[in-house]
Design a protein around this ligand. Structure first.
Ligand code: ZN
Length: 179
């Protein structure tokens, strides 16, 4: 059983660390808001303390629901430090809100070699005005130039749902490796 402990318990941001020493992995789960109250120095200090024993860092941002510019700045600073402790990281889950920011600020995903996992993508049905999000693996999305969006039928009426955003805007984060 990996060791799990909450590092930051100051709502609206919660950070939980899951340390698996036999596997030599550290997983950080973020939930809530990345805003001016997000003090990530404590999390950074925790990571600093693990860099000798941990080989791989996994980041789960699937439950980040809100970000603003101070939060984005804090995140970029934090990631810049911790990704160097572990020679990069793997993003396991990226919420819709986080992806919006990552498309605006490429630094939010750090090194181009950091892998991207499951992405929360918003869809909309114009027939019944229904909105929902789907988790899609970044590897299946293709590239910004050759986007491969899966067909998502509306659970209510069966019509094909469309992306609830501009493709070129929302999926800009996919272009970070296309330079
Ligand atoms: Zn529908």
């Amino acid at each position: 059983m990996p060791l799990s402990l909450p590092i930051l318990k100051t709502p609206p941001l919660l950070v939980e660390a899951e340390l698996d020493l036999p596997a030599s992995t550290l997983r950080l789960r973020f939930a809530g808001n990345l805003d001016e109250n997000a003090d990530l120095r404590k999390v950074q200090a925790y990571c600093d303390g693990q860099k000798e024993t941990v080989g791989s860092l996994y980041l789960d941002l699937g439950q980040v629901t809100y970000l603003n510019s101070p939060g984005v700045r804090a995140w970029i600073q934090f990631l810049g430090r911790v990704q160097s402790f572990f020679q990069g990281c793997a993003f396991e889950r990226l919420s819709e809100s986080f992806l919006h920011s990552a498309s605006a600020y490429a630094e939010m995903l750090g090194f181009a070699s950091n892998s991207l996992g499951s992405c929360e993508v918003p869809f909309f049905c114009s027939a019944c005005a229904r909105r929902l999000t789907h988790w899609i693996d970044a590897g299946e999305l293709g590239t910004l130039k050759a986007l491969k969006l899966p067909a998502v039928p509306c659970p209510q009426c069966g019509s094909a749902m469309r992306l609830d955003d501009f493709e070129k805007e929302f999926f800009k984060f996919l272009a970070r490796k296309e330079k």
